[in-house]
Each structure stands twice: as C-alpha cells, then as structure tokens.
Design a protein around this ligand. Structure first.
Ligand SMILES: Nc1nc2c(c(=O)[nH]1)N[C@H]1C(S)=C(S)[C@@H](COP(=O)(O)O)O[C@H]1N2
Ligand SMILES: [Mo]
Length: 162
C-alpha cells in the first residue's frame, strides 16, 4: 500500500518535472521498473549524508539518496536476491561530459558492505554548483574521488557477459 502510494507519487512528480524540463537521472537496463529521478523525486526519498575528501584531501559533506535505495525502488536485485548469477551484474554511471564509471552491485549493497554510496544533490545545505551538479555520485572510503562522478545523467544496470 505504502509502496504503491510512493510509486504513484514518483509518477506524478515525474510527469510534472518532465513538463517543466527539469534535470533528470534515468535508471534503466536490468531493472523491474525504469526510473526517472528528478530533483523533487530525490527530495522525497530516504536520504543520507556522507563525507568525501576532494582531490586536495579536504573533507566535504554531501547529502542525497543512497544508491541502494534507488536500486530497490527500480526493482534491481539487492539484499537477499543479490546472489548467484546476479553477482555478475554491474551499475554503469554515465555523466553529461561522457565520463563513465562502474560498480559491481555487491560494492553498493548493505548486505556486503557498510560503505554507503549516494546520489547527492546538495552539499553544506546548498544545491551542488553548476559544474558538479545537479547530481553527483559520492563514493566515500576510496583513496581518490575519481569514481565520485559529477553531472550524472544515467544509471544503467547490466549483466557482465563474455
Ligand atoms: N563527470 C565527471 N565526473 C568526475 C570527473 C570527470 O572528469 N567527469 N573526474 C573525476 C576525478 S578524476 C576526480 S579526482 C574527481 C574530482 O572531484 P573534486 O573536484 O570534488 O575533488 O571528480 C571525478 N568525477
Ligand atoms: Mo582525478
């Protein structure tokens, strides 16, 4: 019931946002439900704050939606269903400048790791600056921020095949 309401809400905010030509992150591929995540959609979802060191070693707090929450909403294999052949699935993150990074699903799943990767839309209570936003993947716990991709436009789930 609550889930249906949430999906309806996501649809309505999605249609409104589309009419206004708002920025969007599309979630597609090996998903039960493709998603279009608009600024308003992300504000309605469960949120988290994580810390990321920039390339000069300074810490910055970013807030947004855990990637796991997005994958659950899209009906991707997570948690108990992330086993067997599903362990060869990956998330490809694509950005406006053509930059691409990938993660195996297990890297993003709380049944495998305590590290929380988020799709951030704010830092220090402010929207992300034009060059970095409106949506940035924030990947804490790595030696460099190279996978913390900015200007994210697409999240694609695929099976790794030969
Ligand atoms: N879209 C996009 N994201 C990107 C990059 C890029 O070229 N394009 N460079 C990456 C690299 S190599 C680094 S080191 C960090 C730099 O992020 P910072 O400016 O917050 O330190 O952004 C990462 N995210
Ligand atoms: Mo970098």
């Amino acid at each position: 019931m609550i889930k249906n309401c949430l999906i309806t809400l996501l649809l309505i905010t999605g249609m409104t946002a589309m009419a206004q030509q708002q920025p969007v992150v599309k979630v597609s591929g090996e998903v039960a439900r493709p998603l279009a995540l608009y600024p308003e959609t992300l504000r309605q979802m469960k949120r988290a704050t994580v810390s990321l060191k920039d390339r000069d070693g300074n810490d910055h707090a970013y807030t947004g939606v855990p990637v796991q929450v997005i994958l659950e909403q899209a009906g991707v294999t997570t948690g108990k269903t992330l086993r067997g052949e599903n362990l060869s699935k990956y998330l490809l993150v694509r950005c406006a400048d053509g930059y691409e990074v990938l993660f195996s699903l297990a890297e993003l799943d709380s049944s495998f790791t305590d590290r929380v990767v988020i799709l951030a839309d704010e830092s220090g209570g402010q929207p992300l600056p034009a060059g970095k936003g409106p949506f940035r993947l924030v990947v804490p716990g790595e030696k460099k921020p190279a996978r913390s991709s900015f200007q994210v436009t697409e999240m694609i789930i695929r099976f790794a095949k030969d």
